[in-house]
Ligand binder design. Structure first.
Ligand SMILES: [Fe+2]
Ligand SMILES: [Fe+2]
Length: 188
């Protein structure tokens, strides 16, 4: 149940999004609503979490670390080295300070960067929509789009696989939450 109105949430996010990020956000919102309708999540909540998910993506690494500390967010060793991973948790905390958001919406926003083994349907819709929105053009995205509209769990697993391959190929640190999310799907 959405407590702040969608208009409030869009307004809050628009004030923080660059033009480029705004286009991505509109794409994520459209796909997230479609997936929510298909898989039984609340469509208004899906649009809201999409609007919020990257609202603080343009903060610098230093600003993300500082803001995370100010909100009392635990900064693990991996996020300290890759502060970009904090843009989900920081956006969730900042939005909750200013808007009335239920916990499951906060968690969907927070976990969209790494995935999480406890993602519910709403969080999964956002996680997948973020990866396959129409502005995404990386190799393999068509397969993920097909999966997104066929089976949500399969799509989440495919996005996690893609994301893990990408991080490993770049020699970057892989967040344990991403591995836990993947293992949880394979163990179900
Ligand atoms: Fe993001
Ligand atoms: Fe995004």
């Amino acid at each position: 149940m959405l407590s702040s109105t969608l208009a409030d949430i869009r307004h809050w996010a628009r004030a923080r999004l660059s033009q480029r990020r705004l286009r991505h956000t509109e794409g994520v919102a459209a796909v997230c609503c479609e997936l929510a309708g298909r898989y039984g999540a609340d469509v208004a909540e899906a649009e809201a979490v999409a609007w919020l998910h990257d609202s603080l993506r343009d903060l610098s690494d230093a600003a993300l670390l500082k803001t995370a500390s100010e909100f009392g967010i635990f900064i693990d060793d991996i996020s300290r080295v890759r502060p970009m991973l904090l843009h989900g948790p920081v956006a969730a905390a900042a939005a909750s300070r200013d808007l009335d958001l239920p916990g499951h919406m906060r968690r969907a926003v927070a976990w969209h960067t790494t995935g999480c083994r406890t993602m519910d349907v709403l969080a999964k819709c956002l996680f997948v929509a973020d990866a396959v929105e129409p502005g995404r053009g990386y190799m393999g995205v068509e397969g993920l789009r097909t999966a997104a509209y066929s089976d949500l769990e399969t799509a989440v697993l495919a996005v996690l696989d893609q994301s893990i391959r990408f991080v490993v190929a770049r020699g970057e640190l892989l967040h344990c939450r991403t591995v836990e999310a993947r293992n949880a799907l394979l163990l179900r």
